[in-house]
Write a protein that binds this ligand. Structure first.
Ligand code: IMP
Length: 421
């Protein structure tokens, strides 16, 4: 078997969850490697919609093991709710969900500081306010609390006391907010220990043993390439690495373990929150894409900004992540557009700047070409040959320009709307 990484190639929300649900059929294990409950991964099965924020999107396959890797920042309250919801819907997941003992907890002070910072700052990022940035900051500052800490009460109490000393100073002195008490933090952690402690293991070791045993592993990224803390549109990014480096870091696997990197991309582009977006469409087209594609955040409900397919952005994502396959989702959303724009390059002050650093995207103008659209309803197409000629031309053009095969196409939300090219 092999190890495949699935990475969002744009600014997140590329339809990763439904592709991961689809790809899981051929895998034994699905492991999330970064991010936290900022993600909203939607899977539709038999017209039932599931939104996962922390649990890997392969969980609906009853015979697969799902892992929350060491690179994830884990909100214990959110995770227990997600587990309970799945159990209520009849999914018995306790014996096949495992959690890294090195993942960091997101605690109430992280969420409080996330929204306080957003509200205080003159340069808003537009975060999901799920405590992601503050938690990863604490990880780097070495004042984070890790899942494995729950097994040694003395250490846990010491670490919570030390973290609170710093966090409460920050809350009171900078923001004039009330402190969190030791007891309220411990209560959350002890409840997590009681209800989910048995799932916490050394997942790095588990994954390496699985590789030795020839198991099929799918590493699931959250957010997307252009939201990467290093490679994205900094500072308008998330605080982790959705890119290939993050997959290794957040799972403990090594570069030689990886066989495939699938870049998942919409047939157009969206982004939520602040930050530059070269191919953002005009108001009419953006609204039309938003309505057709139901482009509202699954975590925050915010309307997503919508725009046209961006080849330079994709080329960079392919280069940095080593994507050797592409999955194109939501092709059906483009149905009915007489003309479909594609950005083939960027203009910077009259010259081409296709490889410009994404943090300078606000300075470029997209160079568009237009292709003919199609009117036919494509949601019943189940092969490339079923697609109207103009849709085939659109995909062939993208494939030729990117020089990477499109291996999967999806034309609707449900499990059976995806097919191999
Ligand atoms: P944070 O990850 O909550 O800190 O938010 C930082 C930026 O990443 C904001 O622009 C968010 O809108 C964006 N973001 C975070 N998670 C997602 C996601 O799952 N999909 C799309 N955008 C996201």
């Amino acid at each position: 078997m092999s190890c495949t990484v699935a990475i969002g190639a744009q600014w997140g929300d590329e339809g990763k969850a439904k592709m991961i649900d689809y790809l899981t059929r051929d895998m034994d294990i699905v492991a999330r490697y970064q991010g936290g409950a900022n993600a909203g991964h939607t899977v539709v099965v038999d017209d039932k919609k599931f939104v996962f924020h922390l649990i890997p999107s392969g969980i609906l396959h009853e015979d697969k093991v799902c892992i929350i890797g060491n690179g994830v920042v884990l909100d214990p309250v959110e995770l227990l709710e997600e587990i309970a919801l799945l159990q209520k819907k009849g999914y018995d997941i306790k014996h096949r969900l495992i959690i890294s003992d090195c993942a960091h907890f997101i605690l109430p002070y992280h969420k409080a500081i996330d929204s306080l910072m957003e509200n205080f700052s003159d340069e808003k990022i537009g975060t999901t306010m799920r405590g992601i940035g503050p938690c990863y900051s604490d990880k780097c500052l070495r004042i984070g609390i890790r899942t494995g800490d729950i097994f040694d009460i003395e250490t846990l109490e010491r670490r919570v006391t030390a973290a609170l000393k710093i966090k409460n100073q920050q809350l009171e002195k900078i923001y004039g907010e009330p402190p969190f008490t030791f007891d309220e933090i411990m209560e959350i952690l002890l409840e997590f220990k009681e209800k989910a402690g048995s799932m916490v293991v050394n997942t790095q070791e588990y994954l390496h043993n699985a590789i030795k045993d020839g198991k099929g592993i799918l590493l699931e990224g959250a957010q997307g390439h252009a939201l990467d803390i290093d490679h994205g549109t900094y500072p308008y990014v998330t605080s982790s690495s959705p890119t290939i480096g993050g997959a290794l870091l957040g799972s403990g696997l090594n570069a030689f373990d990886i066989d495939n990197v699938i870049g998942i991309t919409k047939a157009y582009v969206t982004r939520v929150g602040e930050g530059p977006f070269p191919t953002e469409a005009d108001e009419d087209d953006s609204e039309r894409l938003r309505v057709n594609g139901n482009e509202f955040g699954s975590t925050t409900g915010r309307p997503r900004r919508c725009g046209w397919f961006d080849l330079p952005l994709m080329k960079r994502a392919i280069q940095i992540n080593g994507m050797n396959q592409l999955a194109i989702t939501k092709l059906d959303v483009l149905t009915g557009f007489e003309k479909i724009k594609i950005c083939i390059g960027y203009d910077l002050k009259g010259g081409r700047a296709d490889n410009i650093c994404p943090s300078k995207f606000s300075k470029v103008k997209p160079i568009f070409i237009e292709m003919d659209g199609w009117e036919e309803n494509i949601s019943k197409c189940r092969s490339f040959a079923d697609l109207p000629k103009n849709a085939q031309d659109y995909l062939n053009f993208i494939e030729d320009e990117l020089n990477v095969p499109i291996t999967y196409i999806s034309v609707g939300p449900g499990r059976d709307y995806t097919f191999k090219k």
